[in-house]
Design a protein around this ligand. Structure first.
Ligand SMILES: Cc1cc2nc3c(=O)[nH]c(=O)nc-3n(C[C@H](O)[C@H](O)[C@H](O)COP(=O)(O)O)c2cc1C
Length: 317
């Protein structure tokens, strides 16, 4: 499916460790327009890591779907793109130019590509040249230590990016500095390809404000969607606050998908999601988190989840 930028596009941000296939398919039910894989190391992909190959998989409902890669070695990038070319139903290959983690940055990957813009340009050109997918994109921060966002965005456009997503912080700002929506607006004014705004969008009001303030063509939501995957239905369809019954349904469905995708191990990696979901205003949330941290058996875990999320909120009958 083509990306429709004739109206605001709502995307789920890539979050390593969170936006796997089970989670993305849960979010998809709430109407998100675009889903993106977790960051996939181009190196791991070409070295045939089975686990990494599996990260390319998508749910049938994910259309359009984008795969995000990290890397800077042109030969490795080309081979990674050729592997992705074999995958059907992938609409975009996205280059990560934002990850701040030292392990990634020390290998001239993620946000450190912003310190070598000629190389960043070559990586985007390489993806564009070898990809058989309709779109090439990149996700950037505003700079590494200092902001040079307009220069970065112009180079991305000139190198063949079809759209970009902008997290409105520098690498130095990690995940805490105030998001600079003025900078996103400056980028939007400076280039002609679509710009997707990202950073600290956590409500329908904020989504509307960021869209109108920046003039962006879409927004991308990460952390808020982990807590509230229904946020996209609230933004797009005006859905009201979810009932406790709906949350229970979502949590159990997410859990079941984790078990079918990861088998027993899915119960353990679902703990972090339960930590987020349990913060929606339930009594006994901290005791619940202690309990599930000790459970490994999926059947036992499901029973404990079902009991906890059967609570009604105080304002419900
Ligand atoms: C746990 C975590 C993992 C992330 N993984 C990725 C990633 O794999 N690729 C990427 O481009 N950004 C990644 N990010 C950044 C997010 O995509 C997003 O830019 C950032 O969280 C700001 O948006 P938000 O405030 O809506 O979460 C990650 C962020 C977090 C918190």
């Amino acid at each position: 499916m083509k990306l429709d930028f004739s109206k605001p596009l709502y995307a789920l941000a890539p979050l390593a460790g969170f936006t796997d296939l089970p989670f993305r398919s849960v979010v998809k039910k709430f109407g998100v327009d675009l889903t993106v894989s977790e960051m996939i190391s181009s190196n791991a992909l070409v070295h045939n890591s089975k686990k990494t190959r599996r990260m390319l998989e998508k749910a049938p409902t994910e259309d359009p779907y984008s795969i995000q890669i990290a890397g800077s070695d042109l030969d490795v990038i080309r081979r990674a793109v050729e592997i992705i070319n074999e995958e059907e139903g992938v609409n975009a290959i996205d280059l990560n130019c934002g990850c701040p983690a030292p392990k990634v940055v020390n290998n001239l990957q993620g946000s450190s590509l912003l310190t070598d813009l000629p190389q960043m340009a070559k990586v985007i050109e390489t993806i564009k040249k070898y990809s058989n997918k309709p779109y090439t994109s990149m996700k950037m921060r505003l700079g590494f230590n200092e902001k040079n966002h307009v220069e970065i965005a112009r180079i991305a456009e000139a190198s063949g990016a079809d759209y970009i997503a902008v997290h409105g912080r520098t690498r130095a700002g990690r995940y805490k500095a105030a998001v600079d929506y003025d900078a996103i607006r400056e980028i939007k004014e400076a280039i002609s390809i679509p710009v997707i705004a990202n950073g600290d969008i956590d409500s329908p009001q904020k989504a509307a404000e960021v869209l109108s303030y920046t003039g962006a063509d879409g927004i991308m939501i990460g952390r808020a969607a982990v807590k509230e995957p229904w946020i996209f239905a609230q933004i797009k369809e005006g859905m009201s606050k979810p009932s406790s019954a709906l949350i229970k349904e979502v949590v159990l469905e997410h859990f079941d998908q984790m078990i079918s995708y990861y088998d027993r191990y899915g119960a353990i990696i679902f703990r972090k999601n339960l930590h987020s979901y349990s913060k929606a205003g339930y009594e006994g949330a901290s005791a619940f988190r202690d309990t599930i941290n000790r459970i490994e058996d999926p059947k036992e875990m499901r029973e404990v989840i079902e009991a906890f999320f059967s609570q009604k909120f105080y304002y419900e009958d």
